[in-house]
Design a protein around this ligand. Structure first.
Ligand code: CA
Length: 246
């Protein structure tokens, strides 16, 4: 085929591809709309914030382990599984992948120590509190330091989070009220993966991937959403720092 012929057919093909993209965009957009205070990761601006981030060490290991929560109350389990796998903690056998070992949301509660903290049935119905998240993680070979927002501050949170996001071998999970950042609607847990200095925004790798994409949220908005009362625990929400070494 001559170059001139390629040129003549390339325009309709481009139009077709663009048409499919536009149609697919409307048909496949199954997640809920975002309010303007949130920048979706799957946007030009969202990509740029990661490219310009100076605190994104945790993004790669977490993105390699990014999972969707198995049920609508399993955000804490999905987040924990991501972090344990990203830390390469010795894992139980995953029956569906035998003989390979990996943390999954199915085998997370197979450990007797884990079940003692709270049962998978209860978590499936009610989710978990911030303290339970820390205790569940510590039923494996990690240290989990829990910070309730009432005992901390936005300055301390920002400093600890940014330091953590720059370091390999440790991670940070946040427990926040979705409604306070403009999402539907209750308490939620997910890992954060990066920080952008210019905009003072954190990237949440939201484990309810059927509902929202990862978003960049300002430190102020995220802090306000963590500084809310969890009626199940009677305590404020907050964050957990997780690292190897127990
Ligand atoms: Ca880290």
């Amino acid at each position: 085929m001559k170059a001139s012929e390629i040129k003549t057919i390339s325009i309709p093909i481009k139009a077709l591809i663009l048409g499919l993209y536009v149609a697919g965009g409307s048909v496949l957009a199954q997640t809920l709309p975002l309010t303007r205070n949130l920048i979706p990761f799957n946007s030009v601006a969202g990509e740029q914030l990661l490219i310009e981030s100076k605190a994104r060490q945790d993004y790669w290991p977490l993105s390699m382990q990014f999972v969707t929560q198995n049920n609508q109350a399993y955000c804490g389990v999905a987040s924990s599984v991501m972090v344990l796998n990203a830390l390469s903690i010795p894992a139980p056998e995953a029956p569906q992948y035998a003989p390979f070992h990996m943390f999954t949301q199915e085998n997370f509660f197979n450990n007797e120590q884990t079940k003692k903290v709270v049962s998978p049935d209860v978590v499936s119905r009610k989710g978990m509190t911030l303290n339970q998240l820390g205790q569940l993680l510590e039923s494996y070979s990690v240290k989990a330091k829990v910070y309730h927002s009432a005992d901390s501050s936005i300055e301390e949170f920002r400093q600890l989070a940014v330091d953590n996001l720059k370091e390999p071998g440790n991670f940070i999970l946040v427990n926040y009220l979705r409604k306070a950042i403009g999402q539907e609607k209750g308490g939620h847990i997910s890992p954060i993966a990066a920080y952008n200095q210019q905009t003072d925004r954190f990237l949440i790798l939201d484990v309810s991937r059927y509902k929202y994409p990862p978003v960049w949220v300002t430190a102020t908005d995220l802090w306000q959403a963590m500084a809310t009362l969890d009626s199940d625990s009677g305590k404020t929400r907050g964050f957990v720092l997780v690292n190897r070494g127990k």
